[in-house]
Design a binder for this molecule. Structure first.
Ligand SMILES: [Zn+2]
Length: 429
């Protein structure tokens, strides 16, 4: 079965006509201040999405991730899952968006939760990451339903929580219960803001760890009687500068990570704490610090096994244990995610790329994200490889003050999503 191109043209103009609806829907979503942490207003936002889709014949269910990190009666982790079955056998295309946003922070020139629509943009926390993307997917699917195209299979739209804090009360929790696995779902599109002409096929890996150096307390006027854990940590940082950073910078990936600078391995020192706490009032007391802790955030490539990533840090610490009198350390894993990369020739990536070419008249660029997102859970827990991120919005605007999404971008993205859905649901695409 193939869809006549007149019908496709009609669908495209139907979506163009919905620009205002897309903007208003994004505004309405922004007005739920779904800040994570702590996980504010999840239930109301989920219900708003569910009500809208229920009216379009979706079967809607709500799933509270009981026992997930952060789930309490005050801040329940509520996810919404909507499914529309055509009644005819066929695959299922799933659009997954996270509804949580990060705190607004400082520097806004307008209300972050009003959803101001101005000059073809919608402003607000989450406009770009990723309520604009969620709105685009809803507009795309609604236009498809209105088009009267007789598509087989099923379409799902989910609004999930906690992506910003790892996704454990959202996609991970649902994936553990089969919501992101075949045969229920075949293709997943996550409308994260990766720019409207880019198809994101995966992300680098992450390893967070805490390094602790140990010393011995003494009076600060006689530091020779003690052993400073902070100086030991300084030695760790020196070795990082001398040995680790140059090695990481030299390691390039075949993964098409964007921006270009992220196409290598990297390490961020997230925090260093040692000695007197930062919260005290008044003058410090003279002490030699007996503990110093550093949290590292290591982003690694698909070419690097996680064991190697951990091993090279441990080697530096072990070398210091041998070379440096009094040096001892602890190393504790905090969090890890393996890199994930879908096949760019797989059904969902190629359907999206074709749709980008048709809608925008230029070739899609395949990219990988510098940070992780919920694809990891679809891949690792759901065991579903055919997953991409594709959505409107400029990646660099995410988490910034005065975050916005362009209405034209949303319309284009909705067209791409609708065309990709047709390709994926139509036998012989
Ligand atoms: Zn996001």
């Amino acid at each position: 079965m193939s869809v006549p191109s007149a019908a496709l043209e009609q669908l495209m103009s139907r979506i163009s006509d919905r620009a205002e609806d897309a903007a208003r829907l994004t505004r309405d979503l922004i007005r739920f201040p779904t800040i994570n942490p702590p996980g504010e207003d999840y239930g109301a936002c989920a219900e708003f999405i569910g009500d809208r889709l229920k009216a379009r014949g979706f079967e809607v269910s709500y799933h509270r991730a009981l026992g997930a990190p952060g789930d309490t009666d005050r801040y329940p982790r509520i996810n919404v899952m909507a499914r529309r079955d055509s009644g005819k056998p066929g695959p299922c295309v799933h659009f997954n968006s996270h509804i949580d946003v990060v705190a607004p922070g400082q520097g806004w020139t307008l209300d972050p939760f009003e959803g101001v629509i101005r000059d073809g943009r919608v402003y607000g926390r989450g406009a770009c990451d990723m309520k604009g993307g969620l709105a685009s997917s809803i507009i795309a699917v609604e236009a498809l339903l209105d088009s009267g195209l007789d598509l087989p299979g099923a379409i799902e739209i989910s609004g999930t929580v906690d992506e910003e804090s790892g996704g454990y009360g959202g996609v991970a929790w649902l994936a553990e219960r089969g919501f992101f696995s075949p045969p229920r779902v075949d293709h997943v599109i996550i409308p994260e803001p990766l720019n409207v002409d880019r198809v994101c096929i995966g992300h680098r890996g992450v390893w967070w760890a805490e390094i602790e150096t140990r010393g011995r307390m003494a009076h600060g006027s006689m530091p020779f009687l003690g052993d400073s854990a902070i100086r030991h940590m300084g030695a760790v940082m020196e070795r990082f500068e001398r040995d680790l950073y140059p090695a990481l910078a030299a390691r390039h990936s075949d993964m098409p990570v964007v921006p270009e600078e992220a196409r290598q391995s990297c390490l961020n020192i997230n925090s260093v704490h040692g000695g007197e706490g930062e919260q005290f009032e008044g003058l410090p007391s003279p002490l030699v610090a007996d503990r110093c802790r550093m949290v590292i955030d290591r982003r690694f490539l698909i070419e690097e096994p996680l064991d190697t990533v951990k091993g090279e840090v441990r080697q530096i610490l072990d070398a210091l244990t041998r070379d440096r009198p009094g040096f001892s350390y602890g190393l504790r894993d905090l969090f890890q995610v393996e890199p994930s990369m879908a096949d760019r020739d797989g059904p969902v990536a190629s359907a999206a790329a074709r749709a980008v070419r048709r809608v925008l008249g230029r070739e899609a660029r395949f990219v990988c994200s510098p940070g992780t997102y919920d694809q990891k859970h679809v891949d690792r827990i759901g065991k579903l490889k055919d997953c991409i991120a594709y959505g409107p919005g400029v990646l660099e605007l995410a988490h910034q003050p005065d975050e916005w999404v362009g209405v034209d971008d949303m319309v284009d993205a909705a067209k791409v999503m609708a065309l990709a859905t047709i390709t994926l649901l139509t036998p012989g695409g």
